[in-house]
Design a protein around this ligand. Structure first.
Ligand code: KG4
Ligand code: ZN
Length: 336
């Protein structure tokens, strides 16, 4: 079954065709980074307008890459939420129009479930598994017992990890998008240069990153004043802050995930969401898994970590809830 999916929940216009939920025939992502970079963050109205401009060329390029015609697509899917409403409407409207045009079903997909499904792409992952979901809007530890039984065991009480990265990037003037910029800067710094706090939460598997963000802000204010006259000291200080911040984030995520893996008895772990592209995060988990016989780790290929449509197509194929929705939409169409 070939599903063509659209993902327009934030600022990337993405289209993909995936066969049987795992085999990616084409995946195209049109980044809007250059549109939003001057503002240091995503401007929702600009994101929606750019989606309108890019969505049709993106679909055409995806079909051409897969060497397929619209008539060879079995179903259409799009992210319905969570996300920016104006942006979501563009992808959902386009996929529904294609569905009407071809008479093939439309499948609505949840963005977080899609991130979880990014690990099904080009892999043999099967539930049950634990997923550490780390994106710009969410930070969750979820037990995927089956695809219609996903249990949130812990989540952030304030900022998401990606959000903390983006804020720290702004404080360090590191560039946009913030996560990859801090990741790169951190590679030039000393992760032990500064000691930063790991938040203690009432529930052991919840997270909190707002205190860390404030600690980084105070640290930069103090250190920037100390090296205001010396530009090379300032550059080194920024790299050290980035590395120390990253080490603290990765340690927090690692300790909680490792504890839950042990407590749950699960042997399979996956990491998903934009922050799963982070170099230090991938390295720390890989090192642990290499030293832990029996544990399997799944991380998406770099192209499927941040927002993409291949994961949406995979979710549309696998998720029993969306399968029900598909049947419902299909039968409604017959009535029309
Ligand atoms: O999953 P995603 O593309 O969008 C959401 O669903 O939110 O995640 C985007 C987030 C952003 O906050 C971005 O800064 C972060 O993922 N990110 C990273 C890296 N690449 C993207 N954070 C840390 N290190 C990275 N290499
Ligand atoms: Zn996302």
């Amino acid at each position: 079954m070939r599903i063509l999916a659209l993902e327009t929940s934030c600022d990337d216009t993405a289209c993909a065709i995936v066969e049987d939920g795992r085999r990616v025939l084409a995946s195209v992502v049109k980044s809007q980074d250059s549109v939003h970079a001057p503002f240091g963050g995503v401007i929702p109205e600009l994101a929606a307008r750019n989606h309108i401009q890019w969505v049709n060329p993106c679909v055409a390029e995806t079909l051409a890459t897969a060497k397929l015609e619209l008539s060879e697509i079995d179903a259409f899917a799009a992210t319905l939420g969570p996300g920016l409403v104006g942006s979501l409407l563009v992808g959902a409207g386009t996929a529904k129009a294609l569905s009407f045009l071809t008479g093939r079903p439309f499948i609505g997909v949840n963005h977080l479930t899609a991130h979880i499904c990014s690990n099904f792409l080009e892999s043999d992952l099967e539930p049950p598994f634990l997923c550490l979901l780390v994106s710009g809007g969410h930070t969750q530890l979820v037990k995927v017992n089956t695809l219609d039984d996903i249990e949130i065991v812990g989540q952030t009480l304030d900022d998401a990890v990606g959000e903390a990265y983006d804020k720290v990037a702004r404080l360090l003037d590191a560039g946009f998008p913030g996560g990859p910029a801090v990741d790169k800067l951190a590679q030039q710094g000393n992760p032990n240069a500064y000691s930063l706090p790991i938040a203690v939460t009432k529930h052991p598997y919840d997270f909190s990153f707002s205190g860390l963000k404030t600690a980084v802000m105070r640290l930069i204010e103090r250190e920037a004043a100390a090296c205001a006259e010396d530009s090379s000291a300032l550059t080194l200080m920024k790299a050290n802050v980035a590395a120390s911040f990253q080490a603290t984030v990765v340690r927090t995520l690692f300790l909680k995930t490792q504890r839950l893996m042990k407590e749950s008895g699960l042997q399979t772990l996956s990491i998903a969401g934009g922050v799963s592209a982070n170099t230090a995060l991938r390295a720390v988990f890989q090192e642990w898994v290499d030293a832990s016989p029996g544990i399997r780790l799944f991380v998406p290929n770099l192209g499927y970590c941040t927002d993409n449509a291949a994961m949406v197509a995979s979710s549309a194929f696998f998720n029993p809830i969306t399968h029900d929705a598909r049947t419902e939409v299909f039968s409604r169409k017959l009535v029309i």
